[in-house]
Ligand binder design. Structure first.
Ligand SMILES: [Zn+2]
Length: 347
């Protein structure tokens, strides 16, 4: 196997040959058993280069703990559970210690410590931690419910931290709930959503992508770019990229929840006065991680961005008006993805 790396060498009292000499610190991909399931993970081990090939490896206790943590995190990823690192991130988000986080949720004092070090949470506990992160209002209510587990000083200090997050991202959480409720009748894969259930994270990344790659991006143009992205992806792969549902509107295709999606966390809006109208400009967002896209997705995004980058809003509307998807649907009708197969070539 060629998936081994030499990380560094350190001088120590080697337990294999009982001499002080440089020992190699190595890393390799390995398999382990967690809760009866085989998982793959990176393990770190030490190797004595002075001894024969057999029995020249050893793993110090601290490193062993870390390897086991990696194995459990690999299991968690497979099961869609929070990893130990992600749990720590949620605590950091609110500035909480492990025992404070446990106390807020009404759990035993060392529960969170155990989840971050040696045991795997079950789904119920996992959901509660996720909810605490996604909805700061839920975190605040949980804290108030378990107020008696804190001194007054500490309670108010923590409450202030959480309240700041309610202000910062609480609105965004509510918008996501609004988007979900507007899509409640489009849960099933159909020709309306391009055989894909709305993927809000993907949508947020797509908007973030265009905010970085298109100069002077305004709301109207963004909505058309989204349609072209989904339509082109559908034309190629018989599936939409985001799962958005689009309606035939006077200015072209417009997604259901077009206002709400502008509140996603990847979207920074600047209001500008153009003549006597307010225009919503989408400003670049450095935090968008494009490595989350597949190569197929990136290729579609790039094609759409390159083709339309210099179009004004009016030009892209006129262009869209000539699409079969627009000509063959009635005003306010949902545009079925099937019509996207006849998309004009973006060349
Ligand atoms: Zn040795």
């Amino acid at each position: 196997m060629n998936n081994e790396y030499l990380l560094n060498t350190i001088e120590l009292d080697c337990p294999i040959c009982n001499k002080v000499h440089p020992v190699e610190v190595r890393k390799r991909l390995t398999q382990g058993l967690v809760k009866g399931e085989v998982v793959e993970y990176d393990e770190v081990y030490y190797l004595c280069p002075l001894c024969d090939e057999e029995d020249n490896e050893f793993v110090p206790a601290g490193i062993m703990d870390n390897n086991l943590l990696k194995a459990r995190d690999s299991y968690r990823k497979n099961k869609g559970l929070l990893t130990s690192e992600e749990i720590a991130k949620i605590r950091d988000f609110y500035g909480l210690s492990q025992s404070d986080f446990s106390a807020i949720l009404g759990w035993g004092e060392v529960t969170v410590t155990r989840y971050e070090s040696k045991s795997i949470q079950d789904e119920t506990y996992d959901n509660i931690m996720k909810m605490t992160y996604e909805n700061p209002m839920f975190a605040l209510e949980s804290l108030d419910k378990h107020k008696d587990r804190f001194t007054a000083d500490k309670y108010w200090k923590i409450r202030k931290n959480i309240a700041d997050k309610v202000e910062q991202v609480g609105r965004q959480y509510l918008k996501i709930q609004e988007i979900k409720s507007l899509y409640i009748n489009y849960q099933k894969e159909s020709e309306y959503n391009g055989y894909k259930k709305l993927d809000i994270d993907k949508l947020a990344s797509v908007i973030g992508y265009y905010s970085n790659f298109i100069n002077d991006l305004y709301k109207v143009k963004l909505m058309k770019l989204l349609w072209y992205t989904d339509a082109l992806f559908y034309k190629r792969y018989k599936k939409s990229m985001t799962g958005l549902v689009y309606k035939h509107m006077p200015l072209g295709a417009l997604p259901v929840a077009y206002d709400e999606i502008l509140f996603l966390k990847t979207v920074n809006i600047a209001e500008e006065m153009i003549y006597n109208d307010i225009a919503y400009k989408i400003v670049p967002n450095k935090d968008v991680n494009i490595s989350d896209f597949t190569l197929e997705e990136l290729n579609v995004l790039e094609t759409v961005a390159c083709f339309f980058k210099d179009f004004t809003s009016k030009e892209i509307i006129d262009y869209m008006h000539k699409e079969k998807a627009y000509l063959e649907t009635e005003p306010y009708q949902i545009i079925p993805y099937g019509l996207a197969s006849c998309l004009n070539d973006l060349k």
